[in-house]
Design a protein around this ligand. Sequence first.
Ligand code: FUB
Length: 446
Amino acid sequence: MHLSNRHLVVAAAAGLMQAAAAFATNPLIMDQFTADPTARVFEGRLYVYPSHDIKAPPGYNGRPNWFVMEDYHVFSSDNLTDWKDHGVIATQTGADWVDPTSYSMWAPDAVFKDGKYYFYFPAIAKTGGFRIGVAIADKPYGPFKPMATPIEGVKGIDPSVLIDKDGSAYLYYSLDKIFVARLKPNMVEIEGEPQVFDNLPKKGLMEGPFVFERNGIYYLTYPHVANKTERLEYATSTSPMGPFKHAGVILDESASGCWTVHHSIVDYQGQWYLFYHDKDLSPAFDKNRSIRADKLFFNADGTIQKITPTLRGVGLVQATSEIQIDRYTATSPQGIAVSFLDDANPQAGWKTTFSSAKSWVRFADVDFGEGAQKSIEVRARAAGPSALEIRLDKSDGPLLGRVDVGQGTDWTIASVAARNLPTGVHDLFVTQADGEAVDVDWVSFR
Ligand code: FUB
């Protein structure tokens, strides 16, 4: 993956720079850190409202090695491949009640009710402690106007709002435990006292609640530290107010060691997705996170199938794009390694090293369209003469081309005429045919 060549299209609109980028793989956003993604479908598009980790700015004197977050962006896509950054929608200096030096704009949510978009966000108040504020807009990407005061009677983080089938709205949030309160029809005040869900696991921090309804079952999903770091669990109920009964684990603790796993779950065009985060662009510091998406499936009885996180993600990849095979679907048991192209600049992406004959990478869901491509290009470098075979659908599927990679320390683009090119969506298999170890940045069909 080589960001400068990663299909970045930049356009100026309404005085703001907006970027549309083909990020069909995980992580979804490469040019900045993103965390705590809440995905919502508005006006037929999928919008993601993440929080925005940044590196501590000069003069920052908050808690060392902790979250530093001063604003929010919103992203949207209609195909889960091309993501548009709509720019900043809220800042710590824009809401009267927020301590403008607190860098504490944690996990947000956004919902649509009666013609307005409501953006809920936690931050540290000028009066101290985490509170939850609301900003209101006419469009899902703003401009959002923040309320002057936070929601009265609510102290906590990680707001999540469910609008039930009858139009009633519920605010879920956390502060070690998970709370619920009914929202008044104005969406900015609660009715009565918040209640704690006290029949969930008794031990271990719980935060980041996300509630949705499917076929009459209410799902309360939440990160929980059952062991060392957060994993995603869920509980079910027949009522949005509970009681919720623990039902299982959706996502195990991250193999990367990322401590948090804030998330959301959304149905987009008939497929359910889990949006979550990990620390793909910051392996050594898990407070600089990156959002991801994977497909989620239900069993017939309504239980949720556990998800195995992928690098491949969920979007189709155009055959004519620079296909980042380091975001593979599967690899041979030996001979494949993925590493940053430039350790000093993780945002430049990754390379795949093939180090033994017959080692292979499978990359799913490449869209050949009408199959009008004529050649295969591979950006690669090799310690000595090396060859790669590109096949379709299976490791012994139709050979699309054999690409010879010459010896050299510089990256070069090797090219060969393509044959047997298909139409439509297929898997690719890239195999080291013979020769020396070879690094591959991307594969493309031109
Ligand atoms: O992003 C800051 C905090 O980390 C969130 O609010 C929590 O859910 C956890 O992801």
